[in-house]
Design a protein around this ligand. Sequence first.
Ligand code: NAD
Ligand code: DAU
Length: 349
Amino acid sequence: MVLQNQLDRGVAMKILVTGGAGFIGSNFIRYMMEAYPDIEIVNMDILTYAGNLENLAGIDENPSYAFFRGDISSSEDVGKIFSSHSFDAVVNFAAESHVDRSLHFGPQVFIKTNILGTQLLLDAARESGVARFVQISTDEVYGSLGPEGSFSETTPLAPNNPYAATKAGADFMVRAAAHSHGVDAVVTRCSNNFGPYQFPEKLIPLMIANAMEDKELPVYGDGMHVRDWIHVRDHCKAVDAVLRSGRPGDVYNIGSMYDVPNLEVVRTILKHLNKPESLIRFVKDRPGHDRRYAMDATKIRDELGWTPDNTFDDAIQKTIDWYLGNRSWLERVRSGKYASYYESMYMGR
Ligand code: NAD
Ligand code: DAU
């Protein structure tokens, strides 16, 4: 595999990472720049409410890193970036990523970024002969599980919320580009991530942030919805493995196999922070809330030799420590341009 050889031999290669100012994208850029000193990374990000260049503090001084503020759903912006660089690979993290926003504010921007944006990148990658395209998808495309079983790569797609539907749409566009046009594209489907720089609208950072301030912790419905929780660094390591040696046209599930109800996650956070369970407030459920996700990640383990390095207990402690040590990041993210978002999100709950 060309990329594997290039990276393993330390041959310089240039990667376009989209959405690199967001949570997982910024962690991925850090991971790759540490792992491969010869890599060049261009980060294309439009900087929505979730994009924050502070997430790349320190990296932005590296001469092998460049930032381009641009929209993946604009053919002009995509044209500009592909005409100014010759990329060996594209890793597409850019997305509208939050389920509640897709329900509350409507799916238009999700359709535009997640589906149209992915298609424009695929077209540009094909026209410029990019050797590998990695699409960062999600376990949410599979829908919801009953009490038993887990999602495998052959589970039929059955997305249940607008966000998940747009991610499934993008997966199909990737499949079509690989099948019809021979684009060397691979799709990863990961479970729920947590770790440093996660925007505090998602369960774990929101609960940590609220508990730190002795605010109520809003748990949707009965709190018995199950998610598979993975540390973001383990996700980044998996994406690296797929980028280097995933089979063209294939899908790889990524998950820790640590699947527990939300209430247990929230109680664990309170325990680590030494805060009382009386902070928990059961609120109106998310509409159409998927009951259970669980991932079968056997394929990536067996074929690519990937395994997660972090246990949930260690990873949650590290994550809480990170938020405790980065209060000013949290304060800036929770105020300013994001404040009105919080007010609107709590409407009706
Ligand atoms: P995030 O919301 O933290 O970051 C998304 C980034 O994309 C932001 O920096 C934002 O500015 C950028 N962006 C949005 N629209 C854009 C556009 N039109 N053009 C360019 N940039 C744009 O999201 P995240 O949690 O880091 O998720 C990253 C990817 O991983 C997404 O594709 C998401 O679907 C997928 N994913 C996330 C999780 C998770 O648990 N967070 C799990 C599995 C898969
Ligand atoms: O499964 C992967 C997906 O995980 C990614 O594709 C998405 O981008 C990411 O946002 C995430 O989606 P979820 O909806 O699972 O994550 P969220 O953190 O929003 O919610 C996790 C669970 O916690 C879910 O069952 C809803 C619940 N929840 C969430 C919030 C924000 C609460 O009970 N209270 C809350 O305040």
